[in-house]
Design a protein around this ligand. Structure first.
Ligand code: TXA
Ligand code: MG
Length: 351
């Protein structure tokens, strides 16, 4: 299959061009498209055969359910059995946006979407191209991140092609994703609601509207027989570049930097090519190593926005080991550290 690229200006959407992608979705094909979080790999959520192709193209385990994307809040009624009060508040305040709500599913949702669960995850993206595509197609669109399973999610059309060229019908290219990390997943079928995956919307933003929420223990902690994540997708190795990632933690940034320099030196002596995932504040300290700044510590959104593309960049540079600084794990930092510890397979060194 030749993967077709449809390039669009998100600020001035060419509806005719986008209609080609919408038609493909209607015909049961799989199409990658931009969202504000990451690129998604979409299929008609009501067509099991179409959805099956997503699992095939990504190499995704079949027990990992998909998020259903909508362009219109009214659609939630059709997809769910009931809408909890708190869900209605969040839909009103935070949709469209990077927040996915897990609710009791209705009978229109095929088994393949939910991997047999009684719940369905629903999200209304904020990206104008995503919304217009779903609106034109006139169907709910199932879409996981448009990467090969296990690799970092894709935030540009080029990343999508790097992973899936020849395996998918087309990719709609509208530039880089703004947020850079996937949506926040919140289970609103329980009381208090539980954060299953931290993402573009922070716990503080949610609690402002609905009060305290619980945070799934596996978000930063290791997964074992006592700690099983409620979101099936969170149990898999994730976001892994080819290089081995090691996270250095420590209250004191200076100590983190010293520890990274020490590890960089010993790995270099072993003949390894060392990459350092630094920040604007520290990048100068690591001269002599492949160093990339992920962003500004004072603006964690900048770190979220570039994290996945930088993990991919380190692979392109052929490093063997990535030594990464850590950030405070609250608000946006919680999502950043969740993706980092998973990329590192929980290999954390304390400075
Ligand atoms: O930002 C995003 O959410 C992106 C863009 C494309 O919208 N999509 C995305 O999808 O990240 P995916 O498939 O990579 O991650 C979906 C997550 C997985 O961890 C999955 O296990 C969880 O949502 N999930 C889906 N349905 C669920 C359900 N019914 N109950 C619990 N978790 C669910
Ligand atoms: Mg994913």
């Amino acid at each position: 299959m030749n993967t077709r690229v449809i390039k669009l200006d998100p600020l001035n959407i060419d509806i005719q061009k986008l209609s080609v992608a919408a038609e493909a979705l209607k015909l049961g094909k799989i199409v990658a498209f931009p969202t504000e979080t990451v690129y998604g790999l979409g299929a008609n959520a009501l067509n099991s055969a179409a959805v099956e192709q997503i699992f095939k193209a990504k190499g995704r385990p079949s027990d990992n359910p998909l998020i259903v994307h909508i362009a219109d809040k009214d659609k939630v009624k059709e997809l769910t059995e009931s809408i909890p009060e708190k869900a209605a508040v969040l839909m009103d305040k935070l949709w469209p946006g990077p927040l996915t709500l897990v609710m009791k599913k209705s009978s229109v949702i095929p088994q393949i979407i939910t991997a047999g669960l009684e719940t369905v995850a629903v999200r209304m993206p904020e990206h104008p191209v995503a919304r217009e595509l779903i609106r034109l197609a006139g169907i709910p669109v199932a879409a996981p991140s448009a990467n090969v399973s296990g690799k970092p999610s894709t935030t540009t059309a080029q990343h999508v092609l790097d992973d899936l060229d020849g395996k998918i019908e087309m990719v709609v290219d509208a530039g880089s994703s703004r947020v850079g990390l996937e949506s926040t997943v919140l289970d609103v079928t329980v009381e208090p609601p539980v954060l299953l995956r931290p993402g573009g919307v922070t716990p503080g933003q949610i609690e402002k509207y609905i009060g305290p929420i619980d945070i799934d223990k596996t978000i930063l902690g290791k997964i074992n027989s006592e700690n099983i994540p409620k979101s099936p997708g969170m149990k898999y190795t994730h976001y892994s570049p080819k290089a081995h990632v090691v996270i250095v933690k420590g209250e004191d940034l200076k100590k983190q930097t010293e520890k990274i320099l020490e590890l960089a030196d010993s790995n270099k002596k072993e003949g390894k090519k060392v990459g350092v995932c630094a920040t604007l504040q520290t990048q100068e300290a690591y001269r002599g190593y492949e160093t990339i700044s992920v962003g500004d510590r004072n603006k964690p959104e900048t770190i979220a926005a570039s994290l996945f593309s930088i993990l991919r960049e380190f692979d392109d540079r052929g490093v063997d080991i990535i030594l990464a600084e850590s950030v405070d794990d609250h608000e946006v930092g919680l999502a950043i550290m969740n993706r980092m510890v998973k990329a590192a397979g929980y290999d954390i060194v304390y400075a």
